[in-house]
Design a protein around this ligand. Structure first.
Ligand code: ATP
Ligand code: MG
Length: 557
């Protein structure tokens, strides 16, 4: 763990050095941005970017813009815009009044394109998309661009007519005149604008030419006065083009682009396209299915903002791509819920336990601790009577192996109440155990026998006279293959058919009757659970298992 905690955030180091050495940004407010494309919900990978963008601004007393990257007209949706805002706020970050759309800069971007044409740095090309590919060249051959020397006036006229809608899709493109021999193919006269007669979700039919991301993004950053354009590693090869754009158009700022490695997590996919496919094909119940690595899915599952932020801090920021274990995300959740979640008793696979020497009709109340690791969490009353529920697996008619719980003749402690001794069981005609029988030791009130004898096991229980029924949803990895996101792999074939198990008729202690959506608990011995924010109600309690108690994360693995 130490190595993770101490991993250096090279972005912070870069900014610190720059300031210390009186560099480009000394004396300036650090100004970052988070630029999601509103074509899906945010996932845990975006949380890494969010933590870097907003976190860097926070660390240096700066500001961070939220900018919807809606440059590409086809796929955007206001549903996503609202969900992205909600998720970022939930995580605890705020952009203040600095909320923007990339499309707000279309007019400016167009002007800069004309500027490049007028400077002789861009030209209208009429290669078809197929020809464009064919003429791209390779490492030993430069690209070929037959329209490169089109006179400036002609390009300007064609470009204006492209905007006016005179031409069909793909008839012309606007290309930057950079370097047809460059070893970086992004610099081989990249396309800046293309014709697409598509309606834009905010601009309507105003535009039929749209800028490419590589041209639009640096301009947007520069116009917003971004001081550090932080992005993931796949843009590294695009950095020379980013710099070329801000240097050659008359923008007011020249932000540097700094790349960091994308987050990958095992047993899941982190691509909006794949996540959307899971939703659209009904493989999951929606973007907020508790098995999804989306923020809304993790939230519904029971993840807290603190646990996710902590996870993102602890995985660090580096330049080398790495895959983090899902188990580490779970580890971070346990760390948080261990401090904050109320301990309660719930029986997921119930069988009746009758305390035969306990008077019928009698009930007594125990005060139990809400959270032993948090002394301020207080206590709550739990009732005890003759009939209780226990887990079916805490009883064995015949002891096998190292089983120290209930079997005839053995004693166990009922958590916080009494020591009981198993005396037998009742079976139905099919031979199934329908009731376990025991006697209690009245001199063990609170759980320990007065005579000091040792009782090995403690089990949880629920008072059958005073409890609630509940539905419990037990989740496992959505994919049983550790790397479903690998290139070329059929990720749908990697789905875990047992990722959701629904248990009805579970018994939970009465204190859970007034559970509010999203309340989180530790069910003793079972894990951390969260009331389902969509389906749980006082009439039908539904709990999602956020994470089991067993920690499979091994530091330093
Ligand atoms: P996806 O492949 O899921 O569609 P994307 O990069 O196209 O991801 P954007 O909405 O463009 O999605 O992402 C917004 C920001 O989040 C970008 O700066 C991007 O670099 C960053 N980001 C996306 N996925 C990850 C990830 N797995 N790890 C770190 N940063 C990410
Ligand atoms: Mg993107």
């Amino acid at each position: 763990m130490a190595e993770i905690l101490e991993s250096k955030n090279f972005i912070h180091a870069f900014i610190e050095e720059d300031i210390a050495e009186g560099g480009q940004f000394a004396g300036q407010t650090v100004h970052t941005r988070f630029p999601p494309e509103p074509n899906g919900y945010l996932h845990i990978g975006h949380c890494k970017a969010l933590t870097i963008d907003f976190g860097t601004a926070l660390k240096f007393g700066g500001i961070c813009n939220l900018r919807m990257d809606d440059t590409n007209p086809a796929k955007e949706d206001t549903e996503y815009v609202e969900a992205i805002q909600e998720d970022i706020h939930w995580l605890g970050f705020d952009w203040g009044d600095r909320f923007f759309y990339g499309s707000d800069y279309f007019e400016k971007t167009y002007e800069y394109a004309e500027e490049l044409i007028q400077k002789g740095l861009a030209y209208v090309c009429e290669l078809t998309p197929e020809q464009f590919k064919e003429y791209r060249g390779d490492l030993t051959h430069p690209a070929v661009s037959p329209y490169r020397n089109r006179p400036m006036e002609e390009s300007l006229d064609l470009f204006r007519r492209m905007r006016a809608g005179e031409f069909p899709d793909n008839k012309y493109t606007l290309r930057a005149k950079i370097d047809l021999t460059s070893g970086n193919f992004n610099m081989r006269d990249p396309v800046l604008y293309r014709i697409r007669h598509v309606e834009h979700h905010r601009q309507g039919t105003k535009w039929c030419i749209y800028p490419m991301y590589d041209f639009a993004h640096p301009i947007q950053d520069a116009l917003e006065g971004i001081t550090h354009s932080l992005c993931s590693l796949e843009f590294e090869n695009h950095r020379p083009l980013y710099n070329w754009v801000v240097e050659h158009v008359s923008v007011p700022h020249h932000p540097p682009q700094i790349e960091f490695a994308r987050l990958g997590i095992d047993h899941t996919v982190l691509s909006k396209r794949k996540l959307r496919q899971l939703v659209e094909e009904g493989r999951v119940s929606g973007w907020d299915d508790p098995r999804m690595p989306t923020l809304c899915g993790l939230r519904r599952r029971g993840y807290t903002p603190a646990s996710i932020r902590n996870f993102c801090e602890r995985i660090g920021v580096a330049k080398t791509p790495n895959t983090v274990e899902y188990a580490f995300l779970e580890h971070c959740l346990r760390d948080d819920l261990n401090e904050t979640a109320t301990r309660v008793m719930a029986v997921i696979d119930p069988v009746k336990l009758t305390v035969t020497n306990y008077p019928e009709g009698q009930t007594e109340t125990f005060q139990v601790e809400n959270n032993p690791v948090n002394p301020d969490a207080g206590t709550r009353p739990v009732t005890f009577s003759r009939e209780l529920w226990i887990e079916r697996q805490d009883f064995m008619e015949e002891k096998v192996g190292k089983f120290f719980r209930l079997f005839p003749g053995n004693e166990v402690r009922l958590k916080g109440a009494y020591v009981v001794k198993c005396t037998g069981c009742v079976k139905d005609e099919a031979g199934n155990v329908v009731e376990v029988l025991c006697t209690y030791d009245p001199d063990s009130r609170g759980g320990d026998p007065a005579d000091g004898r040792k009782v090995k096991s403690t089990i949880h229980w629920v008072d059958a006279e005073n409890c609630r029924d509940a539905e419990v949803r037990l989740y496992d990895n959505l994919f049983d293959d550790p790397d479903p996101d690998a290139a070329g792999k059929d990720f749908l074939a990697c789905l875990n058919p047992n990722s959701l198990e629904i248990r009805q008729g579970c018994k939970v202690e009465a204190s859970l009757a007034h559970t509010q959506p999203a309340d989180r608990f530790q069910f003793l011995r079972q894990g951390y659970f969260c009331a389902d924010s969509k389906d749980s109600s006082p009439d039908h309690l539904v709990f999602n298992r956020a994470v089991s108690l067993k920690d499979s994360y091994k530091p330093g693995k």
